[in-house]
Write a protein that binds this ligand. Sequence first.
Ligand code: BJW
Length: 242
Amino acid sequence: MTKRAPRIFILTGAGVSAESGLGTFRDVGGIWSQYRLEEVATPDAFERNPDLVYGFYNARRANLVAAAPNAAHAALAKLQSGLRAAGGDALIVTQNIDDLHERAGAQDIAHMHGELLKARCLRCGALADWRGAMDAASRYPNCDAAVRPHVVWFGEVPIGLDDIAETLAGCDAFVSIGTSGSVYPAAGFVSMAREMGMPATELNLEPSENAFVFTDQRYGPASSIVPAWVDDVLSTISGPAN
Ligand code: BJW
C-alpha cells in the first residue's frame, strides 16, 4: 500500500520575501531600525498620528507593487500543487502582508497579519482592493466612510486563528520559513505542533528565537534552501493513497 502524501503546515515570515526586496523587521537595517513600532504599528499610533501610519504603509505598498516573487515563493507553490496532486497538501499561513505567495501561484493563503493591498472600512470593517496611496481623506469605494490599512497591529487579534488551529491539528508536519519567532501567537505555533507530535522544520537565514523547539533545521537564504527542501519533500511522495 502506498503511503498518503503528507499535509504540511507552512508558516512564513518576512524572510521569505527578503530577496524580493521587501524589508524584514528585526534584522540589522530592518524596518524596526528605521521606524519605532510604537509609532506606526499600533492602534494608538494610528489614533495619534494617522498621517505617519498611512505614509508608512503607502511606501511599503508602492514597494510591494513593484516587487516580484522569488524562488522560495515559486518553490512553495510547486510544493502545494505537487502535494495536492498526490493527495496531500501544503497549508500556507503567512505573517506577511504582501501577496507574493499568491503571485507565485500558491492558493488559499491565510494572511494572519492582514493584506497590504486591501483597505478596511473604518465604519463596518468591509474590505476593498487598494493599490494606491491612502490618507485621512480616502473613502471606501462608493461610500463616505474612511479607511485604514488592512493590517494587524500590536495589540490586535490576528485574523483567522480558529481556522489556523483547526488546520494545524489536521497536519502531519510543521515548517517555519523566514520568521524570527518573536511575535505571538505565530511564534507559539511550533510548540503547538510539537505537542501534537508533529516533526517541525525550521528554514531560515539563521536560528530563530525558538530554534530549539524544532526537530530539524536548515539555514541559508530562502531562495536556495526552500527550493532544495521542496525537491527533497517531493522526491519522497509517490501519488494518492490506495
Ligand atoms: C531570512 C532572509 C532570507 C532574513 N532568507 N530568511 C509578551 C509575551 C507574549 C506575547 C506578547 C507579549 N507582549 C505583547 C505580546 C503580544 C504581541 C507580541 O507578540 N509581541 C512581541 C513583540 C513580544 N502580539 C500581538 O500583539 C499580536 N496580537 C495578539 O497577541 O493579540 C492577542 C490575542 C492573541 C491570540 C488570541 C487572542 C488574543 C499581533 C501581532 C501583530 C504583528 N504585526 C506586525 C506588523 C503589522 C503588519 C506589517 O506592518 O507588516 O507583523 S509586527 C511584524 O512582526 C509583522 C510581522 O508579520 C511580524 C513577524 O515578523 P517576522 O516575519 O518574523 O520578521 P522578522 O524581521 O522578525 O524576522 C525575519 C526572519 O527572516 C529573521 O529570522 C531572519 O534571519 C530571516 N531572514 N533574510 C531566509 N533571505
